[in-house]
Design a protein around this ligand. Structure first.
Ligand code: AMP
Length: 286
């Protein structure tokens, strides 16, 4: 396994791989890897001859009051995990190389970046879209894997890729959870034992919503309210949003349809967590 820090070197390597007829699969991450990331990488292994993983905590997607400085980092541990799952190249650039002095070009996926997390993290998806477009230009992948856990991010990336005719296949991968239901996240490491207990209400409330729909409920407002109540009962939780919406356009729905997205963001103590679930109206499909 190689670790490449230099942008030019990565571009040359990618070009050489392409010229020799190899296909490149890519998994972008911010590091501090967990089993969710590793599952994406295993999926990536199947999608190309060469698997590239980027580890880059992207300053452009953090707001001034957010946790860029304290975001967990451990390149040594991450490298060992990448080697175990058969990653060929880790791309680990410096922030100053990605955003050199004078940098001023950004990508804005207009509508999909509004609402949900976009309302609470202004500029976040602009930062995500910009860095992913840059990484695509540096790594030149044929396919890239993104987690469905970040459902708005995945929608933004799919839209950007289509709108800009980027020649990359975007593959979504289902959310990987702890055995008790908590969606894996690098930020889970910030949770105290009591907060982690409270955080279980996120996945539990999504399951409860699916149960309500299974029993015939179709009104988004009532489902959102029930989810809010379940989460609010737990100590240290502060809800940012709970929203029933269309899984691709992310627009609000009057009624729950088959394959409706239920997405939420909650602060548990100081840690911001997100989770979501596709709700089905047909029995046996959930
Ligand atoms: P991050 O390092 O948090 O930026 O995540 C890198 C990629 O891993 C993104 O595409 C995320 O959606 C994905 N990811 C993070 N957590 C999970 C999870 N629990 N299950 C599946 N994918 C995940």
């Amino acid at each position: 396994m190689e670790i490449i820090n230099d942008i030019n070197q990565m571009q040359k390597r990618a070009e050489a791989l392409r010229n020799s007829g190899k296909t490149i699969a890519f998994v972008p991450t911010m590091g501090y890897l967990h089993d969710g990331h590793l599952a994406l990488m295993r999926a990536g292994r199947e999608l190309g001859d060469v698997l590239v993983v980027s580890i880059f905590v992207n300053p452009a997607q953090f707001g001034p009051k957010e946790d860029f400085g304290s975001y967990p980092r451990d390149l040594e541990r991450d490298s060992a995990l990448c080697r175990q799952v058969g990653v060929d190249i880790i791309f680990h650039p410096a922030a100053e190389a990605i955003y050199p002095r004078g940098f001023q070009t950004h990508i804005e996926v207009e509508n999909l970046s509004r609402g949900l997390c976009g309302d609470f993290r202004p500029g976040h998806f602009r930062g995500v879209a910009t860095v992913v477009a840059k990484l695509f230009n540096i790594i030149k992948p044929h396919a890239a894997v993104f987690g469905e856990k970040d459902c708005q991010q995945l929608a933004v990336i799919r839209r950007m890729t289509a709108d800009l005719n980027l020649d990359v296949q975007i593959v979504g991968y289902p959310t990987v959870r702890e055995t008790d239901g908590l969606a894996m996240s690098s930020r889970n490491t910030f949770l105290s034992a009591a907060e982690r207990q409270s955080a279980l209400s996120l996945s539990r409330s999504l399951e409860q919503a699916q149960q309500m729909v299974r029993e015939g409920e179709r009104a988004p407002g009532r489902i959102e309210q029930a989810v809010r109540e379940t989460i609010s009962r737990e100590p240290a939780t502060e809800i940012e949003y709970v929203r029933v919406c269309h899984p691709e356009s992310l627009s609000e729905l009057k009624w729950v349809e088959d394959s409706t997205l239920l997405a939420l963001a909650v602060r548990v103590g100081k840690t911001r967590l997100i989770d979501n679930r596709i709700i089905t109206t047909k029995p046996g499909r959930e």
